[in-house]
Structures are given as structure tokens and as C-alpha cells.
Write a protein of this length. Sequence first.
Length: 252
Amino acid sequence: MKKQVPNLITLLNLLSGCVAAVYAFHDNLQMTLLFVAIGIGFDFFDGLVARLLQVQGELGKQLDSLADMVTSGLVPGIVMFQLLQDSTGITLFETGVEFTTASAQQHVMAYYIPWIGFFITAASCYRLAKFNIDTRQTDSFIGLPTPANALFIISLGLIAQTTQIDWIYFSLTNEWVLLAITALSCFILNAELPLFALKFKSFSIAKNKLRYGFLITCVVLLSLLGLLAIPCIIILYVALSMITELISSKKS
């Protein structure tokens, strides 16, 4: 029975992702972000509990990736689909819509644009599969982890819905900007980019200076910027990792 405790927590991650997906399809990004965050919390604790109970195994590893595929792979794809749909001004699946004039051909092309959002889901799936067989990613990551990418994409959607800043709104509702974000997301998920992991093997300040400093900065940014802090934190995470890797390579 002890062996199943981490797996049950992983399944709670999956169920949270299912709820988030329903909210995402209904364009309720506030609840989407909430349930994705809950799912990511379960994703963190299942591994922690498995280590504490000393019941790590192959089943838990595979189950973890399958749950992440929904919470951190499918959901951001749905969100980007919705954002791209809103940016084109066309609601898909409307009945009785016909494109008969030459000028309406632009709308025909616009019909296909939202589906590109699911490239994020495909890239997330590929990243999760690589992670399971990559022995280099035990203490750090190579490529942006899918939970961080999911938070980034969903927060951008929620910012677009709530911001009072014109240039941010117009940027995040422009299909070309959204397509560029989609391409960047797909790339950075699978790029050969070393990123530090927020895994504490001890509570030593000396050994975890980067992690403690990053977490403190996150708290400060969240208190100052609110929702806008989330994409800033993800960008900061990537930038700090690149700087750390550059300093480490120079020392060696």
C-alpha cells in the first residue's frame, strides 16, 4: 500500500489537469491557472513522497510523465488555441459559415491558425518522452520543464484578458506575436539548454544559494507585479540558468 501513495498523488495531478482542460476550453483562464498550479503542486510532492518512503520505481516515473502530458502539455496547447482563435476573430465550429468571395479567403486561412497552438502540446510530449530516457537530467534539466512552460503560456493568456496596459494587450492579442511565442515555446522545451532544478538535497544555504536567491526573488516579483510576475519569473529562470552555465564553463 505504501508504494501506491506517490502514484495516488500523481493521479491527483492528472485529475487537476483534466479540470484545467475543461476550464481552458471554456476560456476561464483564471480557474485554468489555478488547477494547473494545483497539479504542478501534486507533481512536486509525488516525487518528494516517493523519496521519503523510498518507493521510487519505473511505474511512478512513467505515470508522472503521463499526468504531466495532460496538466502541462495539453492544457497550454488548449490555451494557445483559444488565444489564436480570439486573435483571428473567427469562432471555429460555427455552423452555416461559407466562404464564397475572394476577400473571404483570408478567413479560410485564419481558420487553420488556431490549431497551431497544439504544436505546444506536441513539443511537450516530445520533451517528456526525452526526459524519461535522458540520464543527464537527474539533478538538473535540459530544456524548459513542461510545468514552467505551462505556467508561462497560461499566464500570458490571463494577462491578455485582464491587463489595462494597451501595448501588452495588443501584443498578446496579435496572432503573429502569439505564433512567435508558440514557436519559441516549442523550441525552448527541447533545446539543449541546461537549467537548474529546484530540488533541495539539503537545506544548506551555501550549497543552495542560487535556489534560495531565485525563490526570494520570485516572492518579491509576485508581491510587486502580481500576475505579470509569472512570465517574468520564467524568463528570469532561463536567464539565470544560462548565466550560471556560462560562469561554470569558464571556470572549468
